[in-house]
Design a protein around this ligand. Structure first.
Ligand code: FE2
Length: 220
């Protein structure tokens, strides 16, 4: 019994090397966003209000580009990356970083849930589509170019199909997305230009998440 207790005795706080203090400060914008977005959802607003106020919160998050750890802004040489930054415990929303290598783009795809896209670094072009009577995707307007600080709203109510491209062929672009579900686990569709529809579940590129909650240095 004594030995078992000894095994679980925590070290003195003064002996703890606080590896998270830097992250705690650096990730303050993400932590603040998570808390504010949670409070917004607790009001159970109509989607119009949710997207309008949520876009304002996301605009604040992407107004500065000094908080996203490099591990979640690293491109892949052959395809875009989607890193999970946070998933709400009730899976009401998730936050991801989308990282585009030069000239990379998505297929034409849907989301099935609301989404907010905030541009953090570089630029991207979003080209909207609608499906015609035969299910063939047809361009539905001009591309929307997002530059740092811009926020775009997506919703199945408003039009949910698009193709997104890095606006640059010589540099990395990064955007921060918020979706109304655990987006990596949502059953969605991609569309070929010929009208073939294929289901997919995106998953995430990362196995570990950033930690904005470690506060060992401030806990005493
Ligand atoms: Fe998308």
């Amino acid at each position: 019994m004594t030995a078992a207790l000894a095994d679980i005795t925590p070290p003195n706080v003064s002996d703890v090397v606080d590896l998270s203090a830097h992250d705690y400060d650096a990730l303050d914008p993400l932590r603040t966003f998570v808390a504010a977005f949670s409070r917004l959802l607790e009001r159970r607003p109509h989607e119009t209000t949710l997207l309008e106020e949520g876009a304002g919160l996301l605009a604040q998050l992407v107004a500065r580009d000094d908080w996203l750890p490099d591990a979640f802004a690293t491109p892949h040489p052959s395809h875009y990356q989607q890193y999970l930054l946070h998933c709400d415990s009730g899976q009401r929303f998730s936050i991801v970083s989308f990282v585009w290598g030069p000239d990379q783009r998505t297929p034409i795809h849907d989301h099935t849930v609301w989404g907010l896209i905030g541009m953090l670094r570089g630029a991207e072009d979003s080209l909207p589509y609608v499906l015609d009577a035969k299910g063939v995707p047809v361009e539905a307007g001009d591309p929307v170019r997002l530059t740092p600080g811009d926020v775009e709203i997506l919703s199945p109510r408003l039009g949910d199909i698009h193709r997104v491209s890095n606006a640059f062929d010589d540099r990395v672009s990064v955007s921060i997305h918020v979706y109304g579900a655990n987006i990596g686990a949502v059953h969605r569709s991609v569309f070929t230009e010929a009208g073939e529809r294929k289901g997919f579940v995106s998953g995430y590129a990362n196995a570990q998440l950033p930690n904005p909650w470690g506060r060992a240095a401030q806990r005493v």
